[in-house]
Design a protein around this ligand. Structure first.
Ligand SMILES: Cc1ncc(C[n+]2csc(CCOP(=O)(O)OP(=O)(O)O)c2C)c(N)n1
Ligand SMILES: [Mg+2]
Length: 321
């Protein structure tokens, strides 16, 4: 392993753990009936957002997905406003209008999540086109998953980004399912990064449960893009720890495979890095975790104590003529 500072490894751990706690606590809120609509947990996939976003500059961009809370947190999103948004409150990122699947945070360059599978791909290519026109060297990471690769928009987006050399990292979070459809049944070539070649796009596969592996590969891809030699396709292989959304028991997920990936939990891997390479003790790590648990408790209080938008406020935003 390359040498990393304790500070950096702790920062990665903080982000990973924050995502884990956010998702775990929101699932509880969902079960209490406080979150309306769908909620797609990112549990098990935390290392992808964390490693990828750590490779970005503050003025870079990301485009997220319906499973997007982790991306938002990894980019520096605020827990208060996130919890308030998923609870549908006026103080949320979108004043409670968007909910779990529509969080955007322009302050952190998060162009937004959206509920259309593959919908972020052309949006991200458009962002990169804007960057190109402005003559800037900002990079855009577009997050999407295996299911989105089988939408036509994947082909269009990769091809346009390729012929215009756009500074885009296509971050394919291959969690191996589109709802209950396993990737091996949805594609004859389940190593999806191989599709890059057909578009003349540099492509690599990386262990999506190892935050440092994701970070290192993304750093290389980002460098390539900044030099005007993009785009790059990265396939981060990972696995969900649960079903597609909170109400999906995931009974189609083979036990052995789930156990294999749970043993390779991204949080465990990052925790080991702290102990083995940064001389952290269990107590040091518990102190980090406790601080985050408290922040999350405060965010839940903030969300619960925030007002729901009034019907009048909704109607003011709708043109009636
Ligand atoms: C264009 C479109 N088709 C279908 C759906 C219904 N749908 C919601 S999530 C999903 C699966 C997406 O799978 P994947 O892209 O692998 O993302 P993951 O859920 O694994 O993160 C589908 C088919 C949708 N939201 N949008
Ligand atoms: Mg998927």
């Amino acid at each position: 392993m390359k040498a990393y500072s304790r500070e950096f490894l702790e920062q990665l751990y903080r982000t990973l753990y924050t995502i884990r706690v956010f998702e775990t606590e929101c699932i509880k809120l969902y079960r209490q009936g406080l979150i309306i609509g769908y909620f797609h947990p990112y549990l098990g996939e935390e290392a992808v957002a964390t490693g990828a976003c750590a490779a970005l500059r503050e003025d870079d961009y990301i485009v997220s997905t319906h499973r997007g809370h982790g991306h938002c947190i990894a980019r520096g999103g605020q827990l208060n406003k996130m919890v308030a948004e998923v609870l549908g409150r006026e103080t949320g990122y979108c004043k409670g209008r968007g909910g779990s699947m529509h969080i955007a945070d322009i302050a952190t360059g998060n162009i937004g999540a959206n509920g259309i599978v593959g919908g972020g791909l052309p949006i991200g290519v458009g962002v990169a086109m804007g960057v190109h026109v402005r003559g800037s060297d900002q990079v855009t990471i577009i997050f999407f998953s295996d299911g989105a690769c089988n939408n036509g928009v994947f082909a269009e987006s990769l091809n346009l980004a390729a012929i215009w050399n756009l500074p885009v990292v296509f971050m394919l979070e291959n969690n191996q399912y589109a709802v209950s459809s396993p990737v091996e049944e949805m594609s004859r070539v389940p190593d999806l990064y191989k599709r890059g070649e057909g578009y003349g796009v540099e492509a690599h596969q990386v262990d999506g449960n190892d935050v440092l592996a994701v970070y290192e590969k993304t750093c290389e891809a980002v460098d390539t893009c900044r030099l005007g030699k993009g785009p790059v396709l990265l396939e981060a292989k990972t696995y969900r720890h649960s079903g597609h959304h909170v109400n999906d028991p995931g009974t189609y997920m083979p036990k052995e495979r789930l156990e294999y990936y749970r043993a390779r939990d991204p949080i465990k891997i990052a925790r080991n890095n702290l102990i083995e390479h940064a001389r952290c003790t269990d107590q040091d790590i518990e102190a980090i975790e406790q601080h985050i648990n408290q922040q999350m408790e405060k965010a839940i209080e903030f969300g619960k104590n925030s007002a729901q938008p009034s019907v009048e406020a909704f109607l003011e935003e709708i043109e009636t003529n």
